[in-house]
Design a binder for this molecule. Structure first.
Ligand SMILES: C[S@@+](CC[C@H](N)C(=O)[O-])C[C@H]1O[C@@H](n2cnc3c(N)ncnc32)[C@H](O)[C@@H]1O
Length: 358
């Protein structure tokens, strides 16, 4: 497998990774936000059904068979492998591709003990070439589709590059069980090596988070004497942000911080609203790129919170910017992140009344 040695991309290499088959490591440090690689598929199918009639060259068949298979012996060896490539081959039109290097990237779960340091996505939907030097991870293709691998963390030289096959969505099922059922392998990331009881506690916290966020828009909009006092709701939002980030899902910070922004904007607190939305913007910059519509919207709201369409609809009240959630800004590294295993309300700091907020 080749080392990628072009000036456009950082140096990476496919190597053997104990217990996982092959994997990809960085040969130099890669700053967060870097586009590590964009790659066109080596083999592309319009959908999975095409696999039966696929005639592979000898080279391609050899390549296919170099991937691990978790299928039963009687299964078609190509098909049984394809099943396990699926996380990295989806596209907007459901076409399937097999990528020389991107398909070698292993998985890490989001957990209190770690998280992936990269993300890949298929950028077929974007039709122009990127002209952004500042945000090179935005890849736009004008012709054939590509899959793009971007660093979501600073990656050290010789560190393995991993993604989440479940993308950055939160899952309310134990990922170890889900991955075994769906992709046929037993994940050996640090989160999955925890005892089942510890993994189950994470699942419970994630369900609790999901329940809280599902009910949040209604609670924010209710406001006034019938609803939660806005300060205490804001406090709860921050506690849940801390909890879910401690579970490794740092990308949830963006959507929760936007909820907090709305709450402050509904109550006409420009200063606090702006600070919350700055966290949203940071999140979007890494995940979607600074020229994505989502990021441009949050840049504008952070700079001019009063342009929010429902500005001050619930009156005027001084609230708070982030007090501890800013620790999770994506300029932080994993090691700086506080792990709050107690969940909302369990830590004395969470209950402190006179907090100093940014
Ligand atoms: C898309 S391939 C990744 C490249 C693969 N390791 C190889 O040798 O070509 C997915 C397969 O890699 C292995 N794998 C990926 N992440 C893993 C993990 N966290 N723990 C154990 N095996 C993993 C599993 O065999 C999985 O089916």
């Amino acid at each position: 497998m080749p080392t990628m040695a072009t000036s456009a991309f950082p140096l990476i290499k496919v190597v053997d990774i104990p217990g996982k088959g092959k994997g990809v490591v960085a040969l130099e440090s890669i700053p967060k936000g870097t586009r590590i690689l964009s790659e066109k598929p080596r083999i592309r199918l319009s959908d999975l059904r095409g696999i039966d009639s696929l005639s592979l060259s000898e080279d391609d068949l050899y390549f296919f068979l170099s991937f691990p298979s978790h299928g039963k012996d009687e299964e078609n060896p190509v098909q049984s492998r394809l099943k396990h490539f699926l996380p990295c081959v989806g596209s907007v039109d459901n076409a399937i591709g097999l990528f020389e290097t991107i398909c070698r990237v292993n998985h890490t779960c989001y957990s209190p003990l770690g998280r992936p340091n990269a993300l890949y996505m298929w950028r077929e939907d974007l039709k122009e070439e990127s002209n952004s030097d500042r945000y090179p991870y935005i890849f736009r293709t004008s012709s054939n589709a590509s899959s793009v691998l971007s660093a979501t963390e600073d990656i050290a030289a010789m560190e393995e590059i991993t993604v989440s096959y479940l993308q950055y969505n939160i899952h309310t099922e134990d990922p170890f069980i889900y991955l075994r059922r769906k992709f046929g392998f037993e994940c050996s990331c640090l989160g999955c090596l925890r005892p089942a009881s510890a993994r189950q506690k994470s699942v419970e916290r994630i369900k609790d988070f999901r329940q809280f966020t599902d009910g949040l828009p209604a609670r924010i909009a209710l406001g006034g004497p019938l609803g939660d006092p806005p300060k205490s709701l804001l406090d709860s939002i921050e506690k849940y942000i801390l909890m879910i980030c401690a579970e490794g899902y740092v990308w949830q910070l963006g959507s929760c911080a936007h909820d907090a922004f709305q709450l402050c904007a509904f109550h006409g607190d420009a200063d606090s609203a702006s600070k919350w939305e700055a966290l949203v913007r940071d999140s979007h910059e890494i995940l979607q790129g600074a020229d994505s519509p989502a990021d441009q919207k949050s840049q504008k709201l952070a700079a001019f919170p009063k342009t929010f369409r429902e500005w001050k609809v619930l009156g005027s009240q001084k609230l708070n910017g982030p007090c501890r959630a800013n620790k999770y800004s994506h300029t932080s590294t994993q090691s700086q992140i506080l792990v709050d295993r107690g969940g909302p309300g369990h830590s004395p700091q969470h209950r402190s009344a006179n907090r100093h907020c940014i």
